[in-house]
Design a protein around this ligand. Structure first.
Ligand code: 4NP
Length: 156
């Protein structure tokens, strides 16, 4: 059975498109692309249609990830299309939870921090939008760890 994962942040131009591509490549390296598919969305639609933030694109490119996702806002039907919805912080969690059409659908929502090991002391993936260079590197470090642990969990 196919597992479909949607990563969600606020703007869908920094954290979640990076998570999407990191997860896609982690899955590819594991040879599981036929079994696991990924996408991303934001709770705020103000950047819809935009490529990821140039600072995130260049930080990701230095690690070999090419970010080409176009931002979009999460919709209620995403609860039907995806098996897991992985949010970056508590504000995303609250917004996505309010959108869930049923209690069963709400059980599809996970926080990225649930997949942290080295970063287990963090309660969320910090929004790098207003940060300097280090903010983006920290987010990428967190997402690489979280995606690897998430994949291990899906594989069982
Ligand atoms: P993201 O970062 O949620 O990681 O994509 C943000 C991008 C844009 C805004 C906020 C956060 N914004 O307010 O425009």
């Amino acid at each position: 059975m196919k597992t479909k994962i949607l990563f969600v942040c606020l703007g869908n131009i920094c954290r979640s498109p990076a998570a999407e591509q990191i997860m896609r490549e982690t899955v590819e390296r594991a040879g599981l692309s036929a079994r696991i598919t990924v996408d991303s969305a934001g709770t705020y639609g103000g950047h819809a249609g935009d490529l990821p933030d140039p600072r995130m694109r260049s930080a990701a490119a230095r690690r070999g990830y090419t970010l080409t996702h176009r931002a979009r806002k999460i919709r209620e039907e995403d609860f039907e299309r995806f098996d897991r919805i992985v949010v970056m912080d508590d504000m995303n969690y609250e917004t996505v939870h309010r959108l869930a059409p049923s209690p069963e659908a709400a059980q599809k929502i996970f926080r990225m921090r649930e997949f942290f090991r080295r970063f287990a002391h963090w309660s969320h993936v910090p929004d790098p939008y207003y940060e300097g260079h280090e903010g983006f590197e920290l987010v990428l470090d967190m997402l690489e760890e979280g995606c690897s642990v998430l994949l291990d969990e899906i594989r069982g």
